[in-house]
Design a protein around this ligand. Structure first.
Ligand code: FE2
Ligand code: FE2
Length: 221
């Protein structure tokens, strides 16, 4: 993906970007947003970006946070797994809260219907597996994190060098999703195969610390 803006220049042939962004939104006009015009002029398909952010927000809130709550409840007897699952669960809630304001800033909105929102989610619902063994639950958790990595990477690719605000938010979330994948690889490899594949995990200060998405300091006693 180039840093030039083929779409932006197609929209306004013959005009430089600086000219175009200066003249589009009139003084006092509250129906348009300079924050949207500048990224459109750089080639971001804003409608597509809003759709992706709604799908990702749906995955964070509905298919991850909600279902992870159920999955964690069923890890009885594995208190160590429950603790890691709690970090991933609460950090996904932080991701939801981090990204929702961006949808509105871009002129979008959440669906006014929870079922519709759930069904638009970009990742499959992480429902309790049958039987709800630790191996089955950890496999599901791992695959959910992998879906999140793919979805947030797509947002990073689409906004890199064009929409620094969305890119920054998506990159913060992606940082934590990559950690979550590593945590569940470690737990699943141990539980299923008796293998040690360290994740490099250091304990968060508090459950749900979310050092990247909440911009908190790392646990460092
Ligand atoms: Fe997440
Ligand atoms: Fe996650």
């Amino acid at each position: 993906m180039g840093m030039n803006n083929p779409e932006g220049s197609k929209l306004r042939p013959g005009k430089g970007h600086r000219m175009a962004t200066k003249t589009v939104v009139k003084s006092g006009d509250v129906t348009q947003r300079v924050g949207v015009e500048v990224i459109r002029a750089r080639g971001v398909d804003v409608d597509k970006l809003i759709k992706m952010l709604i799908a990702n927000a749906g995955a964070e809130f509905a298919s991850t946070y909600y279902y992870y709550t159920i999955l964690r409840m069923n890890l009885a007897g594995h208190e160590d797994y429950k603790e890691i699952c709690e970090d991933a669960r609460l950090e996904d809630r932080a991701h939801w809260e981090l990204i929702v304001p961006r949808i509105y800033e871009l002129g979008g909105h959440l669906p006014n219907d929870l079922k519709e929102f759930h069904d638009q989610a970009g990742c499959k619902a992480a429902k309790l597996p049958d039987p709800p063994t630790a191996v089955n639950i950890l496999t599901l958790l791992l695959e959910s994190e992998r879906c999140a990595i793919r979805s947030w990477s797509a947002v990073c690719d689409m906004t890199f060098g064009k929409d620094p605000r969305t890119y920054d938010l998506a990159a913060r979330i992606l940082n934590e999703e990559i950690e979550h994948e590593a945590w569940f690889i470690e737990l699943l490899a141990f539980e299923r195969d008796g293998k040690s594949i360290p994740s490099g995990h250091f304990r968060r200060g508090e459950p749900g610390e979310a050092p990247y998405s909440k911009n908190r300091g790392f646990y460092n006693p």
